[in-house]
Ligand binder design. Structure first.
Ligand code: SF4
Length: 319
């Protein structure tokens, strides 16, 4: 692995002839929009490249099965991975996979047409899990747990059949933070969503190349690229209420205290087990005096204090 993942630049888009003929004011707006899109593309590539490098997600000869649902995140993931494939220091294959669960109204022509036009190898797996779930789960009860269990099993089988060495999922930074808070608030655990893991059946390596990417950037990228988004409400199931609440909480925090999300995300990569309380992670029994003063060590008697962030030179209200 080396820095090529993140170093290579993308060329700024050329202004099309038709744009060049536009009136000056709208031409400037178009140029500005093109410049912003170029910046966004560079950022997405850099963040995906960094995640691939930091967590050793993709290696020489990998065959990566990219799970595509028709939502903005998985479209964005595939799009950026295709760009990374051109510049990466290792050679790897991508194969896009969509599972058509036969939800009522699922427009099954959209993804094949899009993927064909993209020129990426793809496979559409059709399995009517919707009918199974409807039959088994009583009316009004949430169907997600059975539905996602069935989906997982099918995708593992498809990965085997396609001889995929990695399965890529489109979860992003905000999904990871939400999971962290869900686990803390409702599960009593300090546990997030790993960027790379072994699947529950023990047979697959799952990667999350969007681990460093903010959801708002994926929204903007989807608009810019005009992905043919397929609605995610077709099954009629209720959205996960707790996840929605946590998402709103995080968005409110970010609005009130800009930079907080960034800081929390950095914290996930900066864990100090000796300053938590898990006896499995730190040997408290072995704590002994060293007789050596450490200027940066714990003062123990005082509570830690932090610099107050400022907005426009004035101290920000932090609570
Ligand atoms: S929202 Fe619908 S498609 Fe998604 S897991 Fe739940 S039941 Fe399945």
């Amino acid at each position: 692995m080396n820095a090529f993942w993140t170093e290579a630049d993308t060329a700024p888009p050329a202004l099309e002839a038709s744009r060049a003929r536009a009136p000056v004011a709208s031409r400037e707006a178009l140029e500005r929009a093109a410049h912003e899109a170029h910046k966004l593309e560079k950022r997405l590539c850099r963040q995906v490249g960094q995640a691939i490098m930091d967590y050793h997600m993709i290696e020489e000869g990998d065959r990566v099965m990219v799970c595509v649902s028709g939502g903005k995140d998985s479209y964005g993931m595939l799009d950026i991975l295709l760009k990374m494939q051109q510049r990466a220091p290792v050679s790897f294959e991508l194969i896009a996979v969509n599972l058509d669960q036969k939800q009522p109204g699922f427009p099954d022509h959209i993804l094949p047409a899009y993927l064909e036009q993209l020129g990426v190898p793809f496979h559409i797996e059709t399995q009517d899990t919707y009918s199974i779930v409807k039959k088994v789960i009583p009316e009004g009860k949430t169907m997600c747990s059975l539905c996602s269990r069935l989906r997982r099993g099918i995708l593992y089988r498809v990965a085997d059949e396609l001889k995929a060495t990695k399965i890529a999922l489109g979860h992003h930074r905000d999904d990871m933070l939400q999971t962290f808070f869900l686990n803390m608030f409702f599960g009593g655990k300090l546990k997030g969503m790993p960027p790379k893991l072994v699947s529950d059946d023990g047979g697959h390596v799952v990667i999350r190349p969007l681990a460093n990417v903010a959801e708002k950037d994926l929204v903007r990228w989807a608009e810019h690229r005009e992905f043919p988004i397929i609605p995610c409400t077709l099954c009629g199931s209720q959205e996960n209420l707790q996840r929605k609440q946590i998402g709103n909480m995080l968005r409110d925090w970010e609005k009130q205290y800009p930079g907080r999300i960034e800081s929390m995300f950095t914290a996930l990569q900066n864990v100090v087990p000796s300053h938590l309380m898990d006896t499995k992670l730190h040997d408290f029994e072995a704590v002994r005096t060293t007789g050596v003063a450490e200027p940066d060590g714990d003062t123990a008697f005082d509570l830690e204090s932090f610099p107050i962030p400022t907005v426009g030179g004035l101290p920000m209200r932090i609570l």
